[in-house]
Design a protein around this ligand. Structure first.
Ligand SMILES: Cc1cc2nc3c(=O)[nH]c(=O)nc-3n(C[C@H](O)[C@H](O)[C@H](O)COP(=O)(O)OP(=O)(O)OC[C@H]3O[C@@H](n4cnc5c(N)ncnc54)[C@H](O)[C@@H]3O)c2cc1C
Length: 421
């Protein structure tokens, strides 16, 4: 389909938020067009396949407890490969295990004797995670909003368990080492981790946006069509002007503030870098996240992807992902440091590992400091202009999907159309 001159709604951006919005508008029978500036859909969720290695554009996982997921995709069809629920922590030369306290309420002997924090710490953390997993969402959001750091301290957790396990864990999730992220966002993350399983599709994370887009009429997704300007009732791309009744700006947060400078502030964003290595042998047998409890603050987490998803590596080899918070420019020096750190964390030599790629995502996640307005920032900006994305809900796959869905509902209400569930 060539670019039409008039539709009901133009969606700008084909990431998870834009695609989720399209699904809701499509179901309501509204005429819509999605313009995506790059050469593919999926936005920040993408997979590169190189010589049989499957490398997501930055280590990320899907949580089966994300509430918006079942409405948008057939989870079984994603063919998920799962990671162990819980983490390993390398501290003072030893590996310690922390189970997911909700899935393993009685704690295994390994968690009971774990050297991470004290037993009281582990019981208090179990109580916090159980609260997040079991209280209704509105009760969690009624709690006073602070930072993640303050939430962990208020739960009575010691400085030691925060520094040795929880800071490395949350810093990888939020791309924020300061733990300034809103406690409401942290509570929702703990809720998802405690209730769900984390995994990756056998074909790579790009299978997720592909599955969301699957039922959409393909010609209405205009790929390679960058929006240059937006105004009430119109979007301009290189292909010309499209007139419309409503516009949904579902770009990344900086892109949204650039297109609508008078209506949206320019947000802070956090960066992530993932180093991918190939090895003949896996350094551990389990598909489990390994955290650095030695407070070196170089690698936030590392995981052997192919232990969960053998499809991520060719011919029985192993794919190892190591995530660094911030931008780590690929260089000989940074590679050497990462190899040394990985050797310490896994307790094996890494000299013969092949560096396959370094993925830097400067705008990986929007900063989500308090207040986050109950994870529902306004999406109707007036004059038929709407905004959607992880920066309006929560900085996650769930936030992007739920945000797109919510914004489409707001558009339908403003158009007087039937509002789907
Ligand atoms: C390395 C990394 C790890 C992550 N880990 C996790 C994780 O483990 N779990 C989790 O839940 N979340 C994770 N996330 C976050 C999650 O991927 C994002 O929150 C989510 O994908 C954001 O989707 P979005 O649709 O809001 O924005 P985006 O994915 O940024 O989509 C915006 C789209 O708009 C397009 N666009 C921009 N400007 C224009 C324009 N002018 N015209 C047309 N199109 C335009 C872009 O090309 C893009 O396709 C991670 C993110 C990264 C980068």
């Amino acid at each position: 389909m060539s670019q039409p001159v008039e539709v009901d709604v133009v969606i700008i951006g084909g990431g998870l938020a834009g695609l989720s919005a399209a699904r809701r508008l499509d179901r309501a029978g509204v005429e819509w067009l999605l313009v995506e500036g790059s050469d593919r859909i999926g936005g920040r969720v993408a997979t590169d396949v190189i010589d049989g290695w499957r490398m997501d554009r930055g280590f990320q996982t899907l949580n089966t407890a994300y509430p918006r997921l079942p409405a948008l995709v057939d989870i079984d069809a994603l063919d998920l490969r799962y990671f162990t629920s819980g983490v390993l922590v390398r501290r003072c030369g030893e590996l310690h295990r922390l189970e997911n306290p909700v899935r393993e309420p009685l704690m295994t002997p390994q968690t009971l004797i774990s050297g991470i924090g004290t037993l009281t710490d582990r019981l208090k953390f179990a109580a916090l995670a159980t609260r997040c997993a079991t209280l209704p969402v509105h009760r969690l959001l009624d709690m006073p909003e602070t930072t993640t750091q303050e939430m962990l301290r208020a739960a009575g957790l010691s400085h030691r368990i925060i520094e040795e396990a929880l800071r490395p864990f949350f810093s990888g999730v939020f791309a924020d080492r300061t733990l300034d992220t809103s406690s409401h966002v942290a509570a929702m993350v703990l809720r998802s981790f405690a209730r769900g399983r984390i995994g990756v599709p056998a074909a790579g994370m790009a299978a997720l946006p592909a599955a969301i887009a699957g039922p959409l009429p393909f010609p209405q997704l205009l790929i390679g069509a960058r929006a240059l300007a937006v105004g009430p009732g119109m979007v301009v791309t290189e292909g010309g002007e499209v007139r419309c009744r409503a516009v949904i700006v579902a770009t990344d947060p900086i892109g949204a503030a650039t297109l609508l400078p008078d209506r949206l502030p320019r947000p802070d964003v956090h960066s992530l870098t993932t180093f991918y290595f190939g090895a003949d042998r896996a350094p551990v047998d389990e598909p489990i996240l390994l955290l650095d409890g030695d407070r070196r603050e170089i690698i936030a987490n590392t995981v052997v992807m192919s232990n969960a998803a053998p499809e991520y590596a060719p011919g029985g080899k192993s794919l190892i992902a190591a995530t660094v918070v911030g931008i780590s420019a690929p260089s000989g020096a940074s590679e050497t440091v990462i190899r040394v750190e990985l050797a310490r964390m896994y307790g094996v030599p890494t000299d013969d590992w092949e560096l396959l790629g370094v993925v830097t995502v400067p705008q990986a996640l929007p900063a989500a400091r308090p207040p986050q307005t109950r994870l529902r920032k306004p999406v109707h900006l007036g004059d038929g202009l709407f905004v959607a994305g992880d920066h309006r809900d929560s900085p996650s796959i769930q936030g992007a999907m739920a945000g797109g869905w919510r914004t489409a509902g707001s558009v339908l209400a403003s158009l007087g159309a039937r509002v789907g569930v």
